[in-house]
Write a protein that binds this ligand. Structure first.
Ligand SMILES: [Zn+2]
Length: 218
């Protein structure tokens, strides 16, 4: 059986270590090294006496050998977090079952939250952006102008800086102009600026239409 040490370390550093104290982390890596990452006989378990652990696992304050209580605290807390299971004790030491980082419940939960977030992201995935445009029938939700794939923008109704998400419900189809006015503002903050800009655009349209009309008549 080949062990993907790199993968195990990545999972550990990226997802488990942030939830452990430095002492817990080093105790966990120490047990991992002597069980799952044991070159000769990789195994989920390792049996080891406290004296041996104390000799190998590191130094306490002022470079002293760590006290028994200190080690027990780390071991018990690792067990509480589901990183290891403390088994029976015999003359050869205590049996520790070491859970792989990817199988620790804390890590499993983080992964499932992450994939949930990804599936809710309608902003960064081009296919999903299109879904929002289709929902809004390619119409700017502020000025009601038609937009095209070339000039359509997605506006965060609650802006990202105020905790707005990339979820479908928080995204609105917008034209580039409305999007630039609304950007970073709540609707209440942006409303007056949006209205002014929309009015100015309409007036311009009317002027150019009447100019067209007169130019035809003349
Ligand atoms: Zn618009």
């Amino acid at each position: 059986m080949t062990i993907d040490t790199r993968k195990i370390l990545e999972e550990f550093v990226d997802y488990l270590m942030p939830d452990l104290s430095p002492h817990e982390a080093s105790m966990y890596v120490f047990l991992l090294r002597h069980s799952r990452l044991n070159n000769d006989t990789p195994s989920a378990t390792v049996r080891m006496g406290q004296r041996r652990i104390a000799q190998l696992y590191g130094r306490g304050p002022k470079m002293s050998v760590p006290s028994r209580q200190h080690m027990l605290r780390q071991l018990e807390s690792l067990e509480e977090r589901g990183c290891i299971k403390i088994g029976d004790a015999s003359r050869d030491g205590t049996l520790y079952t070491v859970v792989l980082p990817s199988e620790v419940l804390l890590v499993v939960e983080k992964h499932s939250l992450k994939s949930e977030e990804e599936s809710d992201d309608f902003y960064n995935d081009p296919e999903k952006r299109r879904e929002v445009y289709e929902r809004d029938q390619w119409i700017c939700q502020y000025c009601r102008d038609r937009v095209t794939p070339e000039n359509a923008a997605l506006d965060h109704f609650v802006p990202q800086c105020k905790g707005g998400t990339h979820k479908k419900e928080n995204l609105r189809t917008a034209c580039l102009l409305c999007n630039s006015i609304k950007s970073g503002k709540s609707y209440e903050q942006a409303a007056v600026h949006l209205l002014k800009s929309i009015q100015a655009r309409r007036e311009r349209d009317v002027q150019s239409e009447s100019w067209l009309f007169f130019s035809r008549v003349l």
